[in-house]
Design a protein around this ligand. Structure first.
Ligand SMILES: Nc1ncnc2c1ncn2[C@@H]1O[C@H](COP(=O)(O)OP(=O)(O)OP(=O)(O)O)[C@@H](O)[C@H]1O
Ligand SMILES: [Mg+2]
Length: 154
């Protein structure tokens, strides 16, 4: 069967990732097909989170390439690199809401950082989003007042 390529494919080529001089994963070659769900399986401590940190551009690989639609993520000019990174959404293992901000402030943070929308507009948008996941009434709660599942939905 002919291989299908989408401009949304993510390709990993001879990827080596790790921390300092410590290699966690080496020579990873894979295609994560655009529009599909890819599952990464592995033992605890095997390097799944480490791999994802690199794929979304949070850390620079020790070696090899991460290609988005054929373009090397780490060879992109800064502006384009930031534009690609803004398309990523990440649900962290531990929720990763900022403890000093309310749920609504956490959810509104990307809009606050990346747009010039007025506060009231951001608040209204955030409340609409929280409504969708059944958390509107918890908008002004702090993360430590929410359950694990509620934090993930936030
Ligand atoms: N920030 C870090 N600095 C140094 N080493 C790290 C760091 N984060 C993870 N490691 C090491 O990298 C290896 C892979 O960890 P990683 O978090 O990628 O595993 P994982 O596959 O996501 O595990 P789990 O299923 O438990 O979430 C582990 O040996 C861990 O000690
Ligand atoms: Mg992990």
């Amino acid at each position: 069967m002919k291989e299908q390529h989408s401009p949304w494919d993510i390709r990993l080529e001879h990827l080596r990732v790790g921390y300092g001089s410590r290699v966690v994963l080496d020579d990873i070659n894979a295609v994560l097909p655009g529009g599909k769900i890819t599952v990464i399986l592995g033992e605890s401590g095997g390097g799944k989170s480490t791999l994802l940190r690199h794929v979304i551009g949070l850390s620079r690989p020790m070696q090899g390439h991460i290609l988005y639609g054929g373009q090397d993520l780490f060879a992109l000019p800064e502006r384009q690199f930031r534009r690609v990174r803004r398309r990523f959404g990440v649900l962290f293992q531990d929720g990763a809401l900022l403890g000093s901000l309310t749920l609504a402030e956490n959810v509104g943070l990307p809009l606050h950082e990346h747009t010039r929308l007025p506060k009231a507009t951001i608040r209204a948008t955030v409340l609409r989003i929280l409504e969708l996941v059944g958390l509107a009434e918890f908008a002004d709660y702090y993360p430590n007042e929410l359950s694990g599942g509620m934090k993930k939905r936030g």
